[in-house]
Design a protein around this ligand. Sequence first.
Ligand SMILES: *Cc1c(COP(=O)(O)O)cnc(C)c1O
Length: 395
Amino acid sequence: MEKADQVMAATYKRFPIVLTRGEGCTLFDEKGDAYTDFVAGIAVCNLGHAHPGVAQAVADQARRLVHVSNLYYTVPQTELAEWLVEHSFADRAFFCNSGAEANEAAIKLARKYSKDRGAPERFRIITMEGSFHGRTMATLSASGQSKIHKGFEPLVDGFDFVPFNDLEAVQNAITGETCAVMLEPIQGEGGVQCPVSGYLEDLRKLCDKHGLLLIFDEVQTGMGRTGKLFAHEHFGMTPDIMTVAKALANGLPMGAMLAKEAVAASLTAGSHASTFGGTPLVAAAALIVVKSLVEEGVLQNCERVGAYFKERLLELKAKYAFIQEVRGEGLLLGLDLAIDGVPVVKACMDRGFLINCTQEHILRFIPPLIIQEGQIDSLIECLGGIFEDMAVDIS
Ligand SMILES: *Cc1c(COP(=O)(O)O)cnc(C)c1O
């Protein structure tokens, strides 16, 4: 830990444990202490750690072929794209290595699509306050949080922010220069903020009325996290472009931008590229991930255990006045506190549970989707003890 703090860029404030091994929903540190993992690599390891199928696929593919240029065809990438288009609204996939890159591709595509349609003046994208789209220059500029902009100005031009869940604000922000609206169906890093009833459906209609592309950033909400393969499926509507990443390859770096044919047609040969995008190694891993999500009953488990988890969090809320709200869908759940959440995260860690806190006061629970009721019960008991101590301190 001391060495790390000397030789690595200090971009992360790390907790003082060294993790060396994982199995399912459990992580082990170098002392052999076990932690039940409610972070899952920040909504990445949806199938849990050391998933045997993924490990086998990676080992087999590593022995066969790790990487070739996208100047050539490869089978795993093609099979993965086929699976994704068969299981979504989209017709085509572009592969990259992260959520930010997937969003970059979406932003570039929205601009190019307007140009190709003879409207080069339409390049602006409406995005949401509190959103998070990544840390590259374009995606940090698209993110509606000043803490992410700070120090990196001037921002990339072309993003207009409106409050989340405010349809009228979107309507008022549309100009002759607008080409798209981009948002997370449920804001993750922004604090597990859910769309109000009818909002996404109305946004779809508004985009259609004005000829705007609707872009969903499902980097966090996708790949089963909310109990459906993609979060927008809860709302019976589809975007024109969607980005996924985080859980796509269960921890191997992979992102994808998916789009309908009429829109994807603007990505012509040479217009966009990625050296590592969709490499056989990560594509082989992702193929096993997507098949496991469906075939191993992972989505059903997420839905069932997620509902149980939410109920148990509501029980806590009924007991402690400093719990303001329980939010979320599936296994993307948030506990909004009126007090600092970081001490709760630390206390959980001391008791063998890893949880996350975002925006300083919202506890975010994003465990592997294979987690079981018993593990939820253990965490609730742990949180109950911590909250009880805090309630005594406050009173
Ligand atoms: C994590 C995240 C990103 C950024 O993904 P990276 O892989 O870190 O670039 C973008 N959008 C959302 C919604 C995310 O949760």
